[in-house]
Design a protein around this ligand. Structure first.
Ligand code: PLP
Length: 393
């Protein structure tokens, strides 16, 4: 073998006795075959086999299997983002003439996708009150093929009665897709509550470090899995093993991270409910939160995202108050180690269940800083708001 050949042929090394706790990162485009016959027959390989790097490597399969186990499903499909998890389901099961129902508190880019992409292509959508429960039956006509749920709206925080909605959808032959990002499979398992698709933005709590983008769809039905895989392969969509490796590292600590931030978020929510500058705290663990009883029944635990509706203040006051924050950062895409606040424009986004609070809605995502530092930061912000609240009131 000459040098140029040596450069591209990696020598085999001894792997005996090599046992690591880390998942190896297998990158590939080409998959090679032992002989021409198996190459010619590659399309007969099952979806669980390897045919091409875009369709999976052992690294991506480990993450899929781990999410499948956590969700109690049959298979998981990985996609490049949480948003892609939602759209992959919609693009796979909806045909022109069909309709999808989405809740009014849906992750806003999903509403935009329905309005700006599906609708012009002949797939209709309707928006429903997130608290509709079994009443959704009245909205499901023959054209409705998919009902979308977000068990906890990650801005306004209403908790949906997923079992009741799923039962009504099933009775009329519609599928149910669930965006489970707020809860993660540690707090809520959508497939066990009647959903057909359990979607996660792994970008958030699974990744856990604000440095990756990935999504997942877990199903119990292999036919649905094939439908989605066929759509994604047709579109040429796959995920990077490097992203999956980061997610596999993040998922190891998700349990302790969530337990901690869930406790802190519940504690802060109770304290914030007493603050004069705060009109209402939207946190599923508070009895005042719409759907609190359903949360107690189906979840019973919290993650780290909740919102506070501030009493109305002048815009300069709000800006000055937010500028006092030293530990919280301002930004979206929560779920990392850093605590975040994000002022939300909710009222303009609602169409069937109007948002009537006048003041700004501040979404808070608790991270892993010392809770004392976080609370001191919040107190300073509240103090900066208080003077003006007194004036406006
Ligand atoms: C962040 C988020 C998404 C989208 O995830 P990306 O990976 O950022 O695309 C979808 N749904 C919910 C509820 C989210 O919070």
């Amino acid at each position: 073998m000459l040098d140029l050949t040596r450069c591209v042929h990696h020598p085999a090394v001894n792997e005996t006795g090599y046992a690591s706790l880390a998942v190896a990162t297998y990158r590939a485009s080409t998959i090679v075959y032992p002989d021409p016959h198996s190459f010619a027959a590659r399309h007969q390989r099952s979806l669980d086999d390897y045919t091409y790097g875009l369709h999976g490597t052992p690294t991506t399969r480990v993450l899929e299997a781990q999410l499948t186990a956590l969700h109690g499903g049959e298979r998981t499909i990985l996609v490049p983002s949480g948003q892609a998890a939602v759209t992959a389901v919609m693009l796979s099961v909806l045909m022109p003439g069909d309709k999808v129902l989405i809740p009014d508190h849906v992750y806003p880019p999903v509403r935009s996708f329905c309005r700006d992409y599906l609708k012009p292509r002949g797939i209709d959508y309707a928006v429903y009150d997130p608290l509709i429960g079994a009443g959704i039956a009245g909205l499901i006509d023959d054209s409705v093929k998919l009902v979308w749920v977000e068990p906890c709206g990650s801005g306004t925080m209403e908790i949906q009665d997923v079992p009741a909605i799923a039962a009504a959808a099933k009775a009329k032959g519609a599928l149910v897709g669930c965006d489970n990002t707020w809860a993660t499979p540690l707090i809520f398992k959508p497939l066990a509550h009647g959903a057909d698709f359990a979607c996660e933005a792994l970008t958030k709590y699974v990744g856990g470090h604000s440095d990756l983008l990935l999504g997942s769809i877990t199903v119990s039905d292999l036919g649905l899995r094939r439908q989605i895989v066929t759509t994604l392969r047709g579109m040429g969509i796959g995920v990077s093993p490097d992203e999956c490796q980061l997610a596999l590292r993040g998922i190891e600590t998700m349990g302790v991270r969530l337990a901690h931030i869930g406790r802190v978020s519940e504690d802060f929510a109770r304290r914030l409910a007493q603050a004069p500058a705060v009109e209402a705290v939207q946190h599923p663990a508070l009895p005042s939160c719409p759907g609190h009883e359903v949360w107690k029944r189906d979840m019973g635990r919290s993650s780290g995202v909740f919102s506070i509706a501030l009493r109305p203040v002048a815009d300069e006051t709000l800006q000055a108050a937010l500028a006092t924050l030293k530990v919280f950062a301002i930004g979206a895409s929560w779920g990392g180690t850093r605590s975040l606040v994000a002022p939300m424009a909710v009222a303009g986004e609602r169409t069937v269940s109007p948002w009537t609070r006048q003041g700004t809605l501040l979404r808070i995502s608790i991270g892993l800083e010392d809770p004392q530092d976080l609370w001191a930061d919040i107190e300073e912000m509240l103090h900066a708001l208080k003077a003006d609240v007194a004036k406006v009131a």
